[in-house]
Design a protein around this ligand. Structure first.
Ligand code: KG4
Ligand code: ZN
Length: 350
């Protein structure tokens, strides 16, 4: 089965072609092409993604990204067995670009089309790593951490997801991005804070770890951002006497990382699962990886997909699409294939 994936939900325009060589094994995917054009530089000067600019950038790049994907895979649309496109959640303008193009290709190639939940793509992304990483098997707990999401799921199998928790306000990536803006650091904020935190004392400031006392797996990060704002208010740029910017950044990062790691490891133990997948941009954070390893060293095996699969791409969308395309009778009619800016992950869970 050869599947085209299209992704345009945020600030990456992406197309990929994958070949599924086994009817049931997501790990048997061959990535024939995986093309991503990032808009990071276009948004950096504004300190965040500007939706209008993002939509316009998608419409400019989608054609060349698709052409390159077909060229790299040495295939044409008529060779496809199906098309998968991110239907949501995300920025509506971007989603519409991807959906319109995907519909056009599926119509012309006479193949089925499926709209995919962006986070189902992230969830299955480790299976695309092939021999590049240690294999991951079901069941596992997934910690999905990006600029728009903070989600914990128990993944028992394909389409067998149990919801454990999610953020009640800001996503963890947002906590990094907004924190970096308050500290006068660059965008994206995650890598900027990680860099600024080097050599800092992570125990210097006791920023709050919110919701940690609750026996639930929800997160909240907006209070932490406010705590940072209050902390630095009288001392612009985090230059409190006796504290360096590195101390502030390290302490802020530690509060985020601690919250994520404590909850994720507790969630694994709660459901009796010894494998933890961490996916999404924040998964690149080295301190998060260290803290998870410290807390889970007795019993939890950690799994991080390679960075190219961790951040937004269309190969993961094609793989999530395959899960549905291989059962064509379950595909929803085309009329329902409209952009879903909001699409709670809970809709996919049992
Ligand atoms: O998954 P992603 O690339 O894009 C989506 O949001 O879909 O995640 C981007 C987020 C940004 O908020 C960025 O600041 C954060 O991931 N991020 C990091 C690191 N690298 C990227 N956060 C913490 N540490 C990092 N090294
Ligand atoms: Zn994403």
């Amino acid at each position: 089965m050869i599947i085209l994936g299209v992704e345009s939900s945020c600030d990456e325009t992406a197309a990929a072609v994958i070949e599924m060589v086994d009817g049931d094994d997501p790990g048997a995917a061959k990535v024939l092409a995986n093309v991503v054009v990032s808009q990071l530089a276009e948004h950096a000067q504004y300190g965040g993604v500007v939706p209008e600019l993002a939509s316009r950038s998608h419409i400019r790049h989608i054609g060349s990204v698709l052409t390159e994907a077909f060229q790299k895979a040495a295939l044409e649309p008529k060779n496809l067995d199906g098309v998968a496109v991110t239907q949501g959640p995300g920025l509506v303008g971007g989603l519409l670009v991807g959906l319109a193009v995907a519909k056009g290709i599926a119509l012309a190639a006479h193949v089925p089309l499926v709209g995919v939940h962006h986070m189902e793509g992230h969830l299955l992304s480790p299976f695309l790593a092939g021999t590049a990483a240690t294999p991951l098997d079901f069941p596992f707990v997934a910690l999905l951490v990006s600029g728009g999401h903070t989600i914990l799921l128990h993944v028992r199998g394909l389409q067998n997801y149990v919801f454990l928790g999610q953020t009640r306000d800001d996503a963890v990536g947002e906590a990094f991005d907004k924190g970096a803006r308050l500290l006068g650091l660059g965008y994206p904020g995650g890598p900027a804070i990680e860099q600024a935190a080097r050599g800092g004392d992570r125990h210097r400031i006791a920023f709050p770890r919110i919701l940690l006392d609750k026996k639930k797996f929800d997160f909240s990060f907006s209070g932490l951002k406010t705590a940072l704002k209050i902390h630095i208010q009288p001392h612009r740029g985090g230059q409190t006497p006796g504290q360096t910017l590195a101390d502030v950044a390290a302490s802020y990062q530690e509060a985020i990382v601690d919250t994520l790691a404590l909850k994720a490891i507790a969630a694994c133990r709660h459901v009796g699962c010894q494998r933890l997948l961490v996916a999404g941009g924040v998964g690149a954070n080295q301190r998060l990886r260290e803290r998870l390893a410290e807390l889970g060293k007795e019993d939890i095996m950690l799994h991080f997909p390679p960075l190219s699969l961790c951040t937004d791409n269309a190969a993961m969308i094609a793989l999530a699409g395959w899960v549905h395309l291989k059962e064509p009778s379950t595909l929803p009619p085309w009329e329902t294939l409209d952009a879903r800016a909001r699409w709670p992950i809970i809709d996919l869970c049992s």
